[in-house]
Ligand binder design. Sequence first.
Ligand SMILES: [Zn+2]
Ligand SMILES: [Zn+2]
Length: 424
Amino acid sequence: MADYRTALEGSSRYLCFKCQSMLTELWANRYKDHISLFTSVGLVLENSARCSLCRLAAHCLGLEKFEIPSAVLQNIDLPDATIALNFLLPPRIPHSSLMRPFSISFELAISSNSIYYNRHSPSYIKIRSDDLGRLGVSEDFGACPPTPTQTQIPLIKKWLTHCSEDHGPFCDTSSFPPSQSRPLMVIDLKDGCLTDLPPLTTRRYFALSYVWGQAATFQTLIGNVDGLRQRGGINAVRHLLPRTITDAMDLLTALNERYLWCDRLCIIQDDAENKHALIARMDEVYATAFAVILARSGPNAEAGLFAERHPWHTEERISDSLRLVAVPDPGREDEYDLAPLERRGWTFQEKLLARRKLNFSHGLATFECPQAKFSAAISSERPIPDVPLHSESGSVEKGPPLDGSRARAVRIMIALCANTRAEP
Ligand SMILES: [Zn+2]
Ligand SMILES: [Zn+2]
């Protein structure tokens, strides 16, 4: 890491005194594993007006909007509650140069006589990669600023190529026993129509998983399927399709992919026999897809994949040369009800069966396969190392109070995982 004095120059203009001293101490003492300071929720909220790290903590934990279960709020006096600001350094990681730019994660823990509640922020904090570059430090695994989803497409292409060419049998989708039943109907993006998926050896299709919502939208029926199977048949009804489906079609076209399966168009909705046969084959549909596109934002199929900026993908300046970016962790969104997709029971199956998952959450693309994880919010062409930053969270359970002297105690822990460069 660059000299901490240079990196933190001017930080008094952006940070409260406590955050400033914590960062200074952390930077200056790379081998220290734990730094704590005590304050209160009220003070963090008050400091949010002028301290960017307090603001990030309050934002990422939802303190401003009091996104805390009412059962917990009824039992505590939030503004007065005690907070411990804990900066924790993670255990040393072999080849830690890969993880050089640090990550911070926030944890909120609330305790009273009868209740114990804790939650981790669904995002973690990293230094912006271009700021690292300017300090003469590797930009690898720094954070990318929020960018429109369309600009993430070349990155997505790299992830898919990397997985299919370098990961071998671990990520292969062809291991699923081939079905003896009729071929799967898919959207052929090249010819703009519905078609039967070609035989196993050449098939490479993407399946779309999304929320239908209440709105009645165009669907394939016995009466229109013949027209949709004509060349250009789907293109002719494109203006009637919900945005999530047209976004997925545009994405795959941009990726030079040809086949897309989505339930609304690839199941003949009023053909009971066809429908039941396909529902029985759902596991095959998702397991043999080259990748499943998970549209994880919005209440219905109009939300699209290319949404506006993610609410947690936000950045704050902490010194003249450093900005911190909150990087959303899609793995944790389910706990925060930010992913309406999760409300559909059988979506669980889609997630479980998919070998490759291409997530679109509020405009941010991430990729997951059995071998790797990538995020458009992290600057790296290599997979993000799987470092456990959190313990279990989001649970409300009975337990002893955190502090005997204060029955109503709130604790925010800021776990600062400073993965410093590999020492010789
Ligand atoms: Zn602060
Ligand atoms: Zn893979």
